[in-house]
Ligand binder design. Structure first.
Ligand SMILES: Nc1nc2c(ncn2[C@@H]2O[C@H](COP(=O)(O)OP(=O)(O)OP(=O)(O)O)[C@@H](O)[C@H]2O)c(=O)[nH]1
Ligand SMILES: [Mg+2]
Length: 248
């Protein structure tokens, strides 16, 4: 079923949690990831935002839609960036007849463990509006990253901490849970195209004095498929942070 927005799947779902999976060429990861999310038997729906991956990612998702009735697929015409994929995901979930109460975002490259989703959601229920899965707090780990990748992430986090000043240790983690009320409040101010979305959401939440927290996670570098992080995206990321610093 394709609705007027170009959304494929059952839009009448009424799940407590909405999970956004942005994909660009994740054919080698998406089936295992969705299978594991489904095995958690949560009250959740899954929304895949695919940028016309040429490796058949969307076809795999369509096949999975026949097995599970809680998967939505939104296909965009070309690679448009992680930031807009996430904001499109927020807008789609908000536009459904029964929007979820909590929205989780996670990478679809199998770096994030689906078993952390229930932990994130229960932390949110304890009074937070945004909970980040942190690799840098006590108990958090990163497995199999290059020194360069780790250094870029650490520098980005140090600068983000200075600019945004939330009491968390990981601003760039893609595994998070948001309350729908937070999303409704910040959506009009989200303009990120790529990875800077992770900082922009926390910054906008802080500006509005929403409670932001974190739980520890273990991040395992992707074993299959290629990273989509390019030098251009790193530049766009730092450019956002520096602009935000001067807006303070
Ligand atoms: N729809 C969409 N998804 C994207 C885009 N860029 C990245 N993604 C997805 O966003 C998630 C994170 O991308 P990765 O390439 O793993 O980047 P990363 O995790 O920040 O960096 P690595 O550590 O190098 O893996 C993955 O699920 C990607 O498929 C994009 O332009 N559009
Ligand atoms: Mg990754």
């Amino acid at each position: 079923m394709v609705n007027s927005q170009g959304l494929e799947g059952n839009t009448e779902l009424n799940a407590e949690v909405g999970i956004i999976l942005p994909t660009y060429c994740e054919a080698q990861n998406i089936e295992k990831l969705i299978g594991e999310i489904e095995s958690l038997k949560m009250d959740a729906s899954i929304l895949v935002i695919d940028d016309s991956s040429d490796d058949g990612t969307a076809e795999i998702v369509r096949k999975l839609q026949k097995r599970y009735n809680n998967i939505l697929l939104f296909t965009r015409p070309q690679k448009l960036g992680l930031g807009t994929a996430i904001t499109d995901g927020f807008k789609i979930f908000m536009s459904l007849p029964n929007p979820p109460k909590y929205i989780v975002t996670m990478d679809a490259d199998y770096s994030h463990n689906p078993r952390d989703i229930p932990r994130l959601v229960s932390s949110l229920k304890r009074g937070y509006c945004l909970v980040v899965g942190s690799r840098y707090c006590r108990g958090g780990y990163i497995v199999n990253w290059s020194v360069l990748r780790f250094a870029i992430s650490k520098i980005a986090n140090l600068i983000a901490a200075l600019v945004v000043g939330a009491k968390i240790s990981d601003y760039t983690s893609g595994l998070r849970c948001y309350s729908i009320s937070l999303i409704q409040s910040i959506i009009g101010d989200l303009h990120s195209q790529t990875y800077e979305i992770q900082i922009e959401t926390i910054r906008q939440a802080r500006i509005r004095k929403f409670r932001v927290g974190e739980i520890s996670i273990t991040f395992i570098n992707r074993k299959k498929g290629k990273s989509k992080l390019t030098i251009n995206e790193v530049k766009q990321f730092f450019s956002y942070i520096f602009k935000a610093a001067f807006k303070k």
